[in-house]
Write a protein of this length. Structure first.
Length: 65
């Protein structure tokens, strides 16, 4: 994977660092297990404070509360 990017408000930065710390290892495991690269060139995650639901999944973005 070429790029993993995270976005959050300044007050959520400590939470973002902890929760995304090992995300790159998950992508490495995916690529090794399937013997293929992740099908997208980048993965972007947006941390939202006070989201309507706890989790929303989309093809190109994960929104975590």
């Amino acid at each position: 994977m070429n790029e993993i990017t995270h976005f959050c408000l300044p007050q959520l930065l400590p939470l973002m660092k902890v929760t995304s710390k090992f995300l790159h290892e998950g992508f490495e495991f995916y690529e090794e297990l399937l013997s293929t690269r992740y099908p997208y060139s980048c993965y972007k995650q947006v941390y939202v404070d006070e989201a309507y639901s706890d989790l929303h999944s989309y093809a190109t973005m994960s929104i975590l509360e």
